[in-house]
Design a protein around this ligand. Structure first.
Ligand code: NAD
Ligand code: ZN
Length: 353
C-alpha cells in the first residue's frame, strides 16, 4: 500500500514541504519525471520546487513505457549525479507514474528492468518515490505494479517495493485532460472494477473498494447532475479505489487481451481496453450495457478493424502474450480456465476487433 497520501484541490502546492524532509543532502537531487505535455505549462512546472542539483526530465507518452526507456533514464541519472537521488517524483498519467516507479526500483537493483518483469522479483527497496497523477483511471498511483513493454513481453514489475511512498491527489491537475482521453482512461477504472467484481479472486477487501469505484464511475460517466469539479474529484477517487480493488484481486479477460493488442500494435492501454471490452459480450454482458450507454452519452466512436490486416503470425503473438498472463485468466474463469478458452476463440475475438 501507499504509505502516505494527501488529497484536495491545490494540494500540489504542498510538494515542496513534503520533499524538504526527505532530502538526503544537497548533492542528492530530486528527479522530477514529467509528462512532456506540460512543457511550457507554467501553471504546473512553475510549481515544481527545484533546488541544488534537482533535475526535471520530460518524457513523451506517445508510446507505452518500455523497459529500455527505464534503463536509459536510470543510466542518465547515474552518469549525471555522483550521489544517489533523494527521490523520484512522477508527474503525469499512468505512463509517467509507471516510469517513475520503475526508475526508483532500478536505481537500487542490479541489471535491467526486463529482469524484474513478473511477480516479486525485486530484491532491494526502491529509493523514495512520489506519484502525482494528472489524469485519472489507471490506478497506477496506488498499485504495486509498473507496467512495461520489454523485449519479449508486456508485464509489470509487481513487488512490495513498487508502490509510491507518497501520493499527491490534486483534482485540479486533471481539469484539462482532453475529452476522449478522459473517457478512455476513466474506462480503464470502470473495467478494473468489472474485472475485479466478476473475478474468482474477489474477496471482501477487494469488493468494498471495487463497489465504491464502480458506483463513482457510473455517476461520473452517466449522471447529468454532477458538475465538472466534483466529477474530477470523484474520478480521482474512483481511480484510487479501483486500483485498490485489483491490488488485492486481479484484472481479467479485457486486460489479458488488451496486453496482446498493445504488445503487437502498440495500442495504448485505455483505448485498447475499450476496443477489447466492446467485444466481450460472452464474458461481461451486463456491464457492457452500461459501458455502451456511457460511450453513447459521450459520443465516443471506437476505432474498428484494427486487426484486419494482421497476418496469422501476429495474431498468434497476441494470443501468446495474452495466454501468458495466467493469473488474469484464472481470476476471470477459475482454476480450470485452460479448458474454458481456446486459441481459436481468441483468434476470432482478435479478428473482430
Ligand atoms: P497516459 O499517461 O499514457 O497519458 C495519456 C495522454 O494524456 C497523454 O497524451 C498525456 O500527455 C495526456 N495527459 C496526461 N495528463 C494530462 C493533463 N492533465 N492534461 C492534458 N493531457 C494530459 O495515460 P493513462 O491512461 O493514465 O496511462 C496509461 C498507462 O498506464 C499505460 O502504459 C498502462 O500500461 C499503464 N497502467 C498502469 C497501471 C498500474 O497499475 N501501474 C494500471 C493501468 C494502466
Ligand atoms: Zn488497466
Amino acid at each position: 500500500m501507499v504509505s502516505r497520501v494527501v488529497f484536495g484541490r491545490g494540494c500540489f502546492n504542498q510538494l515542496s514541504e513534503l520533499l524538504e524532509v526527505k532530502r538526503i543532502s544537497d548533492k542528492a537531487p530530486f528527479i522530477f519525471i514529467v509528462d512532456d505535455v506540460f512543457k511550457g505549462n507554467a501553471w504546473i512546472t512553475g510549481r515544481i520546487p527545484l533546488a541544488y542539483s534537482d533535475e526535471m526530465v520530460y518524457v513523451s507518452t506517445d508510446e507505452e513505457p518500455k523497459t529500455s526507456q527505464v534503463d536509459e533514464l536510470v543510466e542518465k541519472i547515474i552518469l549525471t549525479h555522483k550521489d544517489r537521488p533523494s527521490g523520484i517524483i512522477g508527474i503525469g498519467g499512468g505512463s509517467v507514474l509507471d516510469i517513475a516507479k520503475a526508475v526508483s526500483i532500478m536505481l537500487t537493483n542490479k541489471g535491467e528492468a526486463k529482469d524484474y518483469q513478473g511477480w516479486d522479483l525485486v530484491k532491494n527497496p526502491a529509493i523514495y518515490h512520489v506519484g502525482i497523477p494528472t489524469i485519472s483511471g489507471t490506478g497506477a498511483e496506488v498499485s504495486r505494479t509498473t507496467v512495461l513493454t520489454g523485449p519479449d513481453k508486456k508485464l509489470g514489475i509487481n513487488s512490495d517495493f513498487t508502490p509510491f511512498d507518497q501520493v499527491i491527489l490534486d483534482p485540479e491537475l486533471i481539469k484539462d485532460v482532453p475529452k476522449q482521453q478522459w473517457f478512455y482512461t476513466g474506462m480503464d477504472c470502470f473495467i478494473h472494477c468489472v474485472e475485479s467484481l466478476n473475478g474468482t479472486y474477489l474477496n471482501t477487501f477487494s469488493k468494498s473498494y471495487g463497489e465504491k469505484a464502480y458506483e463513482l464511475c457510473k455517476e461520473v460517466f452517466l449522471s447529468d447532475t454532477v458538475d465538472k469539479k466534483l466529477s474530477d474529484e470523484m474520478l480521482m477517487m474512483a481511480s484510487w479505489h479501483g486500483g485498490m480493488s485489483i491490488a488485492y484481486s486481479q484484472v481479467g479477460v479485457v486486460h489479458a487481451l488488451s496486453y496482446g493488442l498493445s504488445y503487437v500494435l502498440g495500442t495504448k492501454h485505455g483505448i485498447g481496453n475499450c476496443i477489447v471490452f466492446d467485444q466481450l459480450d460472452d464474458f461481461y454482458k451486463e456491464d457492457l450495457k452500461i459501458f455502451r450507454e456511457m460511450k453513447t452519452k459521450h459520443g465516443i466512436e471506437l476505432p474498428k478493424n484494427i486487426c484486419k490486416d494482421l497476418i496469422d503470425e501476429e495474431i498468434n503473438t497476441m494470443i501468446d502474450v495474452s495466454l501468458g498472463l495466467e493469473p488474469l485468466w484464472e481470476n476471470a474463469l477459475g482454476p480450470n480456465w485452460k479448458r474454458k478458452v481456446s486459441r481459436t476463440d481468441l483468434h476470432q475475438l482478435y479478428r473482430r476487433m
